[in-house]
Design a protein around this ligand. Structure first.
Ligand SMILES: C=CC1=C(C)c2cc3[nH]c(cc4nc(cc5[nH]c(cc1n2)c(C)c5CCC(=O)O)C(CCC(=O)O)=C4C)c(C)c3C=C
Ligand SMILES: [Fe+2]
Ligand SMILES: [Fe+2]
Length: 362
């Protein structure tokens, strides 16, 4: 059980317990009932697909040194001058093609809300009202700073922070954690915190992935010639500088292959979303699917194990651009296997990781 102020009047109890020499109980700062917070975080998404919403979002994202590590002196004039005068239009059009018009938000936002609601239901069932579950974004809204503030104001005296990236990358996991700690820097009463590590090698996550592949394959008339596991790319240089992302992606594919009982001819690893002039992790998905078609593999399936939720990179880039590349090279059947999203097996894997990290706190 939590060490909480459990009488009917928590403010008075807190003041009395603290034997506060200055404040009489009546004017002691309000102290709500103590809770443990679980804060899940994803990358973020623009508020809308118009030029200024896109520009604001991309500017915040692409100014992050964990994402693009060039000197600001060189990078900022390029970003603010050339890139942000064009990219908001092309990216805005891509977002428009996948936008959830009914809810007025991007698919990543809709899915993150649903994941959070499902995790809240699971954790409340397990722990009751002593746990508070929220989500935040690294870029855009709801900001990490705002949600951390809300959680502390609501009484979260301990927080488990969970960046929803199966594989660790400096550009995703580390920058989410950085932002979380930046938010805590502003708090007078900093709670004890734990960060949940990457979960690519958890049996429950691999099992959820395998089930999603089996489900998709089971619904097809003809079994695909190969499964392409397409991961978001990063510059190759980041790997040489010590980022383990590449290895964790390779290992994810291997574990999935072993769980499915397949051999190396049935599954491959590729990397997508190259940005800028540097070499990124290879092979590039967009080129590899064309090569597969040219080599006679006319029926392929593709999944995106680096994304915990479908987003612009999967719904638009994979399912539109990469599909087109495959078909233009002579490919005939292209099956996109959706991300794990709010799938129950995925939720169970995320819950398992959270419960492990709550050990001794609830
Ligand atoms: C420019 C460098 C980028 C690096 C490095 C990078 C790494 C990286 N990103 C994800 C996950 C996502 N990225 C998303 C969108 C996105 N990514 C970049 C650039 C880099 N990403 C840009 C410019 C964009 C915006 C879209 C565009 O303009 O093309 C998203 C989707 C967000 C959404 O709203 O749908 C995700 C998720 C990972 C996992 C990763 C490295 C491991
Ligand atoms: Fe990205
Ligand atoms: Fe590696």
């Amino acid at each position: 059980m939590l060490d909480s102020h459990s009488t009917d009047d928590p403010i008075e109890t807190a003041a009395r317990e603290a034997k506060c020499p200055v404040h009489a109980p009546a004017d002691h700062p309000k102290i709500p009932r103590a809770k443990v917070g679980v804060l899940v975080a994803n990358l973020g998404t623009p508020d809308n697909y118009d030029y200024w919403s896109m520009r604001r979002y991309l500017s915040e994202f692409l100014s992050d040194k964990r994402v693009i590590d060039y000197s600001a002196l060189i990078w900022q004039p390029l970003l603010q001058g050339i890139i942000l005068s064009k990219r908001p239009f092309s990216s805005g059009a891509a977002y428009k093609s996948i936008w959830n018009e009914e809810q007025g938000e991007s698919p990543l936002m809709t899915i993150t809300k649903s994941q959070t609601a499902k995790l809240r239901a699971r954790l409340t069932e397990r722990y009751g009202e002593d746990v508070m579950v929220s989500f935040c974004m690294r870029y855009g809204n709801p900001s990490t700073l705002k949600v951390v503030r809300e959680m502390i104001a609501a009484g979260c005296q301990k927080i488990v922070f969970f960046p929803l990236y199966p594989q660790y990358a400096g550009a995703t996991t580390a920058t989410a954690n950085d932002q979380f700690f930046r938010a805590l820097m502003k708090e007078k009463w900093q709670p004890p915190v734990r960060t949940v590590p990457a979960y690519f090698d958890r049996a429950s996550y691999i099992d959820a992935l395998a089930q999603s592949v089996e489900r998709s394959y089971g619904a097809l008339e003809t079994k695909p010639d190969i499964l392409v596991c397409s991961y978001h790319g990063v510059p190759q240089r980041y790997l040489k500088e010590g980022d383990p992302y590449h290895c964790q992606c390779q290992k994810t594919t291997r574990l999935l292959k072993e769980r499915l009982g397949w051999d190396d001819t049935q599954i491959i690893t590729t990397f997508q979303s190259r940005f800028g002039p540097e070499e990124w992790l290879q092979p590039y998905t967009v080129e590899e699917v064309a090569r597969l078609a040219e080599r006679g593999m006319k029926n392929i399936a593709i999944c995106a194990p680096a994304f915990s939720a479908d987003c612009i990179e999967t719904l638009e880039e994979i399912n539109e651009e990469i599909r087109e590349s495959f078909e233009e090279a002579g490919g005939e059947r292209f099956t996109y296997i959706p991300c794990l999203n709010d799938d129950e097996a995925h939720m169970a894997a995320l819950e398992e990781a959270i419960v492990e990290n709550l050990s001794g706190w609830l």
